[in-house]
Design a protein around this ligand. Structure first.
Ligand code: SAM
Length: 328
């Protein structure tokens, strides 16, 4: 495997991992399941699949640049993170304030918000990811994370009414049972101050269908089975015994995400498409790399971000909700 890293000066634009063919073609045995990693697959000149998967290559010397890339994740500007930053930037009260990044992984959003002036506490159940978050935090000594700890969204170490905002951008799709997700949401509610903001991200029920059709995965009958099961009950399962495709997860219908959040005590919940109609743009990488074209794209998505008829048409949905105050 050769790795050609381009555009990593200041803002990462493109990471190409050649000869992987497509995400489905990752060779089994070359990978283990130790950490989140960003993989962008280059197929026919277009770059696809900027997504976290729980895979890590055993590195040889010539592949060490991949390891360095992991530490560059806070700089990455692909569509999903650009959109989430856009939403978070518009809905969080200005700094300073306390933010809990629950399921914060290697600290991509947590470190960004710390650099913006928030007091950020990151929690993640995977010790290796917490280590990475600490390393990313140490790399910005003027504005580090306030803390990074191993923990679970369903049992947070933070006191009640202590946070101005909670990010739940991961746990809701890694908790397959409804009761588990409600437990995570109730914990977020408990930790928030009245009037505090929840930013939740979920994988859309139709994500594998969209990916399968738009990226050609439907040529693999095992993937078609996955799609059928996802559509039936939202319980996404990878191919048993392999690391092909996305890990086991839960895929929400948009209305179901809003209902779970409402049931956990929040109000004023609003749903947003994350990638919107830009998700499958053929020239997405070059468009995101050009500041003017990127700004235009983000502005166009913003125009339709709350359009209910588009909520099911991209991989991720976000929900922003408030913990009610005594008056509301
Ligand atoms: C796809 S990653 C997202 C990381 C980060 N929030 C981001 O958006 O860059 C999902 C994260 O959720 C974490 N996670 C899974 N189950 C969790 C749980 N029960 N409580 C808290 N975090 C969890 C995983 O360890 C992983 O770091």
């Amino acid at each position: 495997m050769s790795v050609d890293v381009t555009g990593i000066s200041g803002r990462v634009t493109t990471i190409r991992i050649h000869r992987l063919g497509r995400l489905a073609g990752l060779k089994e045995g070359d990978w283990d399941q130790r950490c989140d990693f960003l993989i962008v697959v280059d197929r026919g000149g277009a770059t696809y699949g900027a997504s976290f998967v729980e895979l890590k290559k055993h590195l040889t010397d010539e592949e060490k640049p991949l390891e360095q890339l992991r530490h560059s994740l806070p700089l990455l500007e692909h569509l999903c993170s650009a959109r989430m930053q856009d939403l978070i930037g518009r809905f969080l009260a200005p700094p300073p304030g306390v933010v809990l990044d629950v399921g914060g992984g290697p600290g991509r959003y947590g470190c960004w918000l710390a650099a913006e002036g928030y007091q950020v506490h990151l929690v993640d159940p995977v010790p290796k990811l917490v280590e990475q978050a600490r390393a990313a935090s140490a790399a910005q000594p003027d504005c580090p994370l306030a803390s990074a700890a191993v923990g679970d969204a369903r049992s947070l170490p933070h006191g009640p009414d202590s946070a101005d905002a909670v990010l739940l951008m991961g746990p809701l799709y890694h908790l397959p049972e409804r009761e588990q997700r409600l437990a995570a949401l109730r914990e977020a509610h408990r930790a928030l101050k009245p009037g505090g903001i929840l930013v939740a991200k979920a994988v859309n029920r139709f994500a594998s269908l969209l990916d399968g059709i738009c990226r050609g995965f439907v040529d693999d009958l095992a993937f078609v089975d996955i799609i059928r099961r996802d559509l039936a009950d939202g319980r996404h399962r990878g191919v048993p015994g392999t690391t092909r495709y996305f890990t086991t997860a839960y895929f929400h219908r948009p209305d179901q995400l809003a209902a779970e959040i409402c049931e956990s005590g929040f109000h004023q919940e609003e749903l947003f498409t994350v990638q919107g109609p830009a998700q499958f743009a053929p020239d997405l990488d070059s468009r995101m790399a050009d500041p003017a074209r990127r700004a235009q794209l983000l502005d166009l998505i913003r125009q339709v971000e709350r359009e209910s008829t588009l909520l099911g048409a991209a991989s991720h949905i976000a929900c922003i909700a408030e913990k009610p105050t005594q008056d509301t």
